[in-house]
Ligand binder design. Structure first.
Ligand code: SAM
Ligand code: DTB
Ligand code: SF4
Length: 335
């Protein structure tokens, strides 16, 4: 689409991030209205299809087997369980289901076959299905596409420079390779990061630089606020100031105008007023959960009723599945 750039410089991104706050929000809100119906929010439901016992060492994560957290390793969920959670979510107006597995990578085994079956059945319900299963080969991405997968989530989390401070069991290029493998299919890409890992503003700019120079941009960009999980190396990180969250969302919105920007983990810590600022700055998606958790009990998530009430109060409605609006900006009338 016209007006979308893939050649952002870090200096430009830093200047956008550091724009005086209300001016930044105004610019982001304006861009948001050119590319999206600003009265719509996509509400998603996460399902942890395989919880805990992950061999990776992501310093923020409750599911890594390297840290002693309250999350215990569980078996892959049954397809029937996943379908019934998805049915309940659909009945409340949720249009996207994200299935997460605490895996380093997908293996070509019977568990992958089971996941492909889940993707088929939940897709057949008319919902958008996203999976986040760790690293993927191009062949595995193709099999997920064949099963009907709509999106694959694989976050960059932070800048290339800061990555090895947070994760040592894989590299930034491993991450980019999986994203590239997904791009070879028609499955859309979901990739974003986390605020509150102890990163600098330059690291935030660096992550957005990598995302915004992917061509095409990830169709979906989750912005997570660190949930400080006891037992992990990042347990004692301070809370992220709300204005940093708003700046990050607004900058992502301006750089990647056509993408969905998702206010993800950490939303439960925000007041309605704080969330309203995030929507004004261009966030157009949230995760909601009837069991009050994101993937695991360590990270609370507002429930369906609370979110319905908030959206009503703000005059927002839930976007149906497969209805991402991509308005072509009207050319200026000359003369
Ligand atoms: N194992 C897969 C992977 O890492 O790609 C998928 C699941 S993993 C839980 C998905 C994403 O959740 C991570 O990339 C990270 O951005 C986010 N996440 C995990 N733990 C978090 C926490 N404590 N606070 C905020 N975000 C978190
Ligand atoms: C994403 O960026 N955030 C979601 C989704 N993608 C998979 C996951 C947040 C996980 C929060 C930590 C937990 O629940 O343990
Ligand atoms: Fe494993 Fe994903 Fe958690 Fe890293 S973020 S430890 S890969 S579940």
């Amino acid at each position: 689409m016209s007006g979308i750039r893939y050649d952002w410089q870090e200096s430009e991104i830093r200047a956008i991030y550091n724009t005086p706050l209300l001016e930044l929000i105004y610019q982001a809100a304006s861009v948001h209205r050119q590319y999206h119906d600003a009265t719509k929010i996509q509400v998603c439901k996460l399902i942890s299809i395989k919880t805990g016992g992950c061999p990776e060492d992501c310093s923020y994560c409750a599911q890594s087997s390297r840290y002693k957290t309250e999350v215990k390793a569980e078996a892959l969920l049954e397809k029937e369980t996943v379908v019934s959670i998805a049915q309940k979510a659909k009945a409340t107006g949720i249009s996207r289901i994200c299935m997460g597995a605490a895996w380093r990578e997908v293996r070509d085994n019977s568990q992958f076959e089971d996941v492909l079956d889940m993707v088929k059945d939940v897709t057949a319900m008319g919902l958008e299905v996203c999976c986040t299963l760790g690293m993927l080969t191009a062949g595995q991405a193709q099999r997920l596409e064949d099963a009907g997968l709509y999106a694959y989530n694989h976050n960059l989390d932070t800048s290339r420079d800061y990555y090895s401070t947070i994760i040592t069991s894989r590299t930034y290029d491993d991450r980019l390779n999986t994203i590239e493998n997904v791009r070879q299919t028609n499955v859309t890409v979901c990739s974003g990061g986390i605020l509150g890992l102890g990163e600098s503003v330059d690291d935030r700019v660096g992550m957005l630089y990598t995302l915004a120079n992917l061509s095409p941009h990830p169709e979906s960009v989750p912005i997570n606020i660190l949930s400080q999980v006891p037992g992990t190396p990042l347990a004692d990180q301070p809370d992220v100031p709300i204005w940093d969250v708003v700046r990050m969302i607004a900058t992502a919105r301006i750089l990647m105008p056509g993408s969905d920007v998702r206010l993800s983990a950490g939303r439960a810590k925000l007041s309605q007023v704080e969330q309203a600022f995030c929507f004004m700055a261009g966030a157009n998606s949230i995760f909601s959960s009837d069991d009050n958790k994101m993937l695991t009990v360590t990270t609370p998530c507002p429930d369906y009723d609370t979110d319905r009430e908030m959206l009503n109060l703000l005059g927002l409605s839930m976007r149906p599945a497969h209805q991402k609006q991509q308005t072509v900006p009207t050319p200026a009338v000359v003369g």
